[in-house]
Write a protein that binds this ligand. Structure first.
Ligand code: HEC
Length: 476
């Protein structure tokens, strides 16, 4: 059965595409955290055969707003013995249709009656050899509550296996190798998945700085009635083939792996991505991370605010790592700003109807310094005077959007139109996945008490706007 999708209201060209999108969204949107399809009850009912239980419209209603179902049925919950279903966040109507389409048409594959299997191999990527005899622990969860654990050891070829795992749990794996800890995210079995196969890379440790650089640094300044907020995205690169466990002891049993300077007077530092407050140590000039740095890229996002009591704001940034590319974005204002240490780019960019001016730097070296000074006698007061419509816009919108925006501003000629259209679509889809993940991370941070509610709401609201915007563009 097909859900009626008005022409032009979907990015998908055929019901098949729509189902395929739906199957991805079923995972991305977290339905899998609470529902199986054909593997029995989980937090919510098994969704096998929902098409027999509900009309297509009602399935869409469940996904868009379960409250509509509850009003219609006059009871909550509908299924005895279950909690009510919380309204899924940020599911665009088009996405709800795609998921419904998938649920109505999917055929349940073969389900292993013994339960699920998580198997894989631990490989030392420094030496490219399997790691035998390393202990692996598995933890099972129901929601956030741990419900059990298990342990095993890798065999001679580095492989391991946990089987007979209940479908109605999520699982995580941890292992320790040569002094560094490794952990997976929580995982659930996807529809049609009986066996999860994972590669767990580990690395020989090093105490010497492997030559860490910053591939991209983005600083975004936001001004509101409350002051100036600054957001930093940094993409670090460990070019070596060893995990960097830190050289200098910075606190009891903790070694510094990454160093961050903050401008004098920076306050309300918030770690949004890639930094675990428990591993962060405050220093005289900012803070340091003590988590080991794996080879490859590591993305870090943090934000802070600058007090405006004095009426003037100057943001100073010290470059601590060789930095391939630096980008500063400041919204258009009456008085403008003075920036040193970077080159102004004459062309502003427009996001959500606000003009941002940008400054760029290439190949910056440790010791370089960037300053951003708000002009005008009244300093920030004058700045706010000329400040217009975008107070409600959150920081994260830019934080998340930018990294991708910049790599996707392609110079495509007409001959390449088709190809670049596909590419753009793919980029948008990727961007959307990133955004969905980041929203989940933001939710986690808020639930863990890592940020205050007003900030959380503001950030989440703008991430949501961004998501809607991406979805809109996908449909064009
Ligand atoms: C936090 C857990 C949770 C998440 C996440 C969740 N659901 Fe549910 N869902 C439930 C629970 C619990 C029920 C049963 C509620 C009731 O009976 O009132 C339910 C009921 C349903 C039903 C009706 C099932 C029936 O047989 O009556 C559908 C359809 C459904 N969910 C689809 C989805 C989809 C699609 C998603 C992802 C967008 C999703 N759910 C995300 C917990 C969840």
């Amino acid at each position: 059965m097909l859900v009626a999708v008005p022409a032009g209201d979907s990015i998908a060209q055929s019901p098949h595409d729509l189902q395929e999108l739906g199957s991805k969204l079923f995972i991305e949107r977290g339905c899998v955290r609470c529902h199986t399809i054909g593997k029995g009850r989980f937090v919510g009912p098994d969704l096998k055969g929902v098409a027999q239980r509900y009309s297509p419209q009602d399935i869409v209603r469940w996904i868009k707003d379960p409250q509509e179902i509850y009003s219609k049925e006059g009871k909550m919950p509908v299924n005895e013995g279950y909690p009510p279903m919380p309204p899924p966040q940020d599911v665009h109507p088009m996405e709800a249709k795609a998921i419904a389409e998938y649920l109505m048409n999917t055929k349940v594959g073969k389900v292993d009656p013994d339960g699920g299997t998580i198997t894989g191999k631990v490989v030392n990527k420094t030496t490219d050899s399997p790691v035998p005899g390393v202990g692996i622990s598995l933890k099972a969860f129901m929601g956030d509550r741990e419900t059990g654990d298990d342990e095993t050891e890798t065999s001679a070829d580095g492989t391991f296996k946990f089987d007979k795992l209940a479908w109605d749990r999520s699982y995580s794996l941890t292992l320790a190798f040569e002094g560094a800890e490794y952990a997976t995210d929580k995982m659930v079995f996807f529809p049609d998945e009986n066996v999860k196969t994972l590669d767990l890379p580990v690395y020989a440790p090093t105490l010497d700085d492997p030559g860490i650089t910053v591939k991209e640094a983005h600083t975004v300044v936001e001004v509101s009635e409350n002051g100036v907020d600054v957001g930093d995205i940094m993409i670090f690169d460990n070019p070596g083939d060893r995990i960097f466990v830190g050289s200098a002891d910075i606190a009891e049993g903790k070694k510094e792996t990454l160093r961050f300077d903050l401008p004098p007077h920076a306050a309300n530092v918030t770690f949004m991505h890639g930094l675990d407050p428990e591993s962060v140590v405050t220093t005289e000039r900012g803070f340091s991370d003590t988590e080991s740095i794996m080879p490859g890229e590591k993305r870090v996002i943090f934000a802070y605010s600058m007090p405006t009591d004095s009426g003037a704001v100057t943001i100073e940034k010290n470059i601590l790592y060789p930095t391939d590319s630096f980008l500063l974005l400041v919204p258009e204002t009456k008085n403008g700003v003075d920036v040193t240490g970077l080159t102004a780019d004459p062309e502003p960019i427009q996001m959500e109807n606000v003009n941002y001016f940008k400054w760029q730097g290439k190949d910056l070296e440790p010791g370089d310094r960037i300053t951003v000074k708000f002009k005008g006698a009244g300093g920030i007061a004058a700045y706010l005077d000329g400040y217009i419509k975008w107070a409600a816009l959150g920081l994260i919108l830019l934080l998340v959007g930018l990294a991708i925006l910049y790599s996707s501003v392609g110079k495509s000629g007409p001959a390449k139109r088709k190809e670049s259209g596909d590419r753009e679509r793919k980029e948008l889809l990727d961007k959307r996945s990133v955004l969905i993940r980041d929203i989940a991370a933001l939710d986690d941070d808020f639930e863990a008490g890592k940020m205050d509610e007003s900030r959380y709401r503001r950030l989440r609201e703008s991430m949501k706007d961004e998501l809607v915007e991406i979805t809109r563009r996908l449909r064009l």
